[in-house]
Design a protein. Sequence first.
Length: 230
Amino acid sequence: MSSQPKPYLTPEQYLALERTAAYKSEYFRGEVFAMAGASPTHVLMVSNIVAALHGQLRRRPCTVYATDLRLKVNASGLYTYPDIIVVCGEPRFDDDQQDTLVNPTLIVEVLSESTQDYDRGGKFAQYRKIPSFAEYVLVAQDECHVEHFVKQANGLWLLAETDRLEDVLTLSSNVLCFSVICTRRCSFQGYETLLNYTDTLRLRRTAMTIAEILQQAKALSGQERKELVK
């Protein structure tokens, strides 16, 4: 017995459903794909990156958006939800609802086991079709590893990657510099918690060493450590 074909939706039908849905879905070529929920570690890392980027970009003509803002790739019709988007300049939206962005400058994705191949492959290929898109950062959540792609003047993309905690990546799309983001499991006075070793994205001149961050973490009260992982 053949399976029932998936219903084909127009972009307008997808958006009408998506705007009232209880969960997020991607859309591509008439098909809708439900997105899986994120792990606590993933949520923590995204939150820390967003908060720090927002703080660093307050005096720059850039805006930080996280997770729930939909992105459209006009060239292919893909609708998706990047973990973090930075727009430098005036944000542009797909329609008057202003809930679907079309001109990202920087995109950051925190990798998970189920999505890392898509984030590195098909999704990145889609993002590259966006004229304003200039920089892509992939952050692993199960190890210290960051991949940094920068669009060159000739249209080619240059990759730099690191797995060293003390390294600093320089974002070239008129954004800022930031320290490598890694999460490790540490125990302080018998209380085990997830700590973000770089907790915040910092300009090179104020980047903290791992020793300094650990010293600050040890000084946290028990309640503060619990708040860190909520």
